[in-house]
Design a protein around this ligand. Structure first.
Ligand code: MAN
Length: 553
């Protein structure tokens, strides 16, 4: 209490000032003594002598008797900060010998410890606020153009949705029509094919083919039998005993040798038979293959039969039938009836065309000419048209779906903001060069680290969310002051690269700084007009706090 005596103020005034030291303006009226010079604790729990207030000794249970001394724990101390903005500090920081900017008037310390710097602090603060206000004013104008853009974009997307809905209806009908035509044409083609397959030429072709197949099978059987017989006769030739003079055996051996073009076994000697054998086989084969009489030009040699017959028998007779059909089809448009139009003046051609169609249909009905039978089996162009129409329909449906999803995001608190102020920035890329890299963030897209001297670019992640902190409510200013980009290129022996982008109000969309806080975890800072709310519309925490401080003054 000694320091109070040192102040150059009349004692009464000094006491009064001292009693309300640290009291917030809202409660000053409570700090007056009763007639009997007593005072009641703010919670009403106790009556104490007025002298006990701010006497550096805690008497009330709620600590209200020591607003300015720090004697009671966990009490707020109010610094008036005249010339600046009043502020509260905790009682633990009262009389701790430290001068702090929150209490620029030094009222929390003993007199003489801290200078009153509120004038300077107040001026600097005013200047800063003025600058910020200027930026906010300009920024909020830009922001309002972003909002206007979002409304325009919404209208445009509504137009897209409406137009694509109409187009979908038309295209759906077109698909139904084409599907119907294609299916009918395809079933007609099946009927036409069945009809064609009854043609005598086709039936005969198939019969020939079957006969040839059977012949080939029998031929192969005979070749096999011949080989087995050769083996038996060769064994007989080399194995028989000439000393027995068995004429039947000798005759058989000689007969076989003659037929197969072999020398008589007694002249050759049995030892060399095995060597001779290979040659025998070959000779025999060539003897057999050798034509007894010259072949006609178009007849097949044994070799061709062996090599090519299978291919021939594997022909696709249905395709052949269709090709044949196309080949023999007489060109209907060559007839005089179809040529007349080219001799007529243009003005009467439409009437003539109509008349021609009616005439042709009569002639077909009367059986005088052959109408267009379902002969065209090629429905692939129809199928293609149907596929194209289905693809177009899918495309338009996708366009509509995308527009519907986009529209949902525009005025969504988790998307482009309740006012749609972020929509304009979708895909805007911000860049800055730091060290060996250029850092790029395409808002709502991907962040990248691009080496300046060559090498591979790393993805630092894709947009994942706004500020995910549970303490921050979606929609408030702090929510939009942070963007998270994650799942970037994995760090060697580390996590996937990711980015926290801290944004504040600024007249331009720019990046200011990049720091790699942990390995592969990057913190980027930047500014954007999207965060410059109009001055009369401070919706976030920041705004509320500033208002609160003013109230206290
Ligand atoms: C690259 C860059 C750095 C990162 C290392 C980790 O050099 O992406 O930012 O720290 O890889 O290996």
């Amino acid at each position: 209490m000694l320091w109070l005596l040192l102040l150059p103020l009349p004692l009464q005034a000094l006491g009064a000032t001292a009693k309300t030291l640290g009291v917030s303006p809202r409660l000053v009226s409570e700090y007056v003594p009763s007639k009997s010079n007593t005072w009641t604790c703010l919670d009403g729990s106790k009556q104490i002598p007025w002298d006990y207030v701010n006497d550096d000794s805690c008497d009330c249970a709620d600590g209200s008797d020591e607003p300015g001394t720090g004697a009671c724990p966990n009490q707020p101390f109010y610094c008036q900060n005249e010339g600046h903005i009043g502020a509260f500090i905790p009682s633990s920081r009262v009389k701790d010998g430290l001068c702090e900017l929150d209490c620029c008037d030094g009222s929390d310390e003993r007199p003489g410890v801290c200078e009153d710097v509120c004038k300077e602090v107040g001026q600097a603060h005013k200047k800063k606020v003025e600058e910020e206000t200027k930026i906010r004013k300009t920024g909020s104008k830009i922001r309002s153009t972003y909002i206007a853009y979002a409304h325009k974009e919404k209208k445009r997307l509504e137009g897209v949705i409406e137009a694509s809905a109409t187009e979908i209806a038309i295209r759906e009908n077109e698909v139904i029509r084409l599907r119907d035509i294609t299916e009918r044409a395809e079933s007609l083609s099946a009927a036409a094919l069945e009809l064609k397959q009854q043609s005598p030429l086709y039936i005969s072709l198939v019969t020939h083919s079957n006969a040839l197949k059977s012949l080939q099978r029998e031929h192969k059987k005979h070749l096999q039998r011949e080989e087995e017989l050769s083996d038996i006769l060769n064994a007989l030739r080399t194995g028989y005993n000439p000393n027995y003079q068995d004429m039947a055996v000798l005759e058989a051996v000689r007969g076989w040798e003659e037929m197969a073009g072999l020398p008589h076994i007694n002249d050759v000697g049995k030892d060399s038979v095995s060597n001779e054998e290979a040659g025998v086989q070959e000779d025999t084969a060539s003897d057999v293959a050798e034509p007894e009489e010259a072949l006609d030009d178009e007849m097949w040699s044994a070799e061709e039969l062996e090599k090519d017959l299978d291919d021939l028998l594997n022909s696709d007779y249905v395709s052949l039938l269709l090709e044949h059909d196309e080949y023999v089809q007489s060109p209907t448009e060559g007839s005089a009836l179809f040529d007349i139009a080219s001799y007529l003046p243009d003005s009467v051609v439409p009437q003539f065309e109509g008349f021609r169609e009616t005439l042709v249909s009569w002639l077909v009905t009367l059986g005088i000419i052959k109408g267009e039978t379902p002969s065209s089996t090629d429905t692939s162009h129809l199928r293609q048209a149907l596929t194209d129409a289905e693809n177009e329909l899918k495309k338009v449906k996708k366009e509509k779906e995308d527009a519907e999803n986009d529209i949902k995001e525009i005025f969504n608190v988790h998307g482009y903001g309740l006012e749609g102020e972020w929509k304009k920035l979708d895909g805007t890329c911000l860049r800055t060069e730091v060290g060996d890299y250029t850092y790029e963030v395409c808002l709502f897209g991907e962040a990248k680290q691009i080496p300046n001297k060559g090498g591979s670019t790393f993805s630092l992640g894709k947009f994942a969310s706004w500020n995910p902190s549970p303490d921050v409510k979606p929609g408030e200013e702090a929510y939009y002051q942070k963007q998270i980009y994650n799942r970037g290129t994995r760090c060697w022996n580390g996590p996937e690269r990711n980015v926290v982008l801290l944004l504040s109000c600024g007249t331009e969309n720019t990046l200011h700084s990049v720091v790699e806080l942990e390995k592969c975890e990057y913190q980027l800072t930047g500014t954007t007009p999207a965060l410059c709310r109009p001055l009369d519309n401070f919706g976030g925490k920041e705004g509320k706090n500033s208002n609160a401080s003013r109230d206290e003054l």
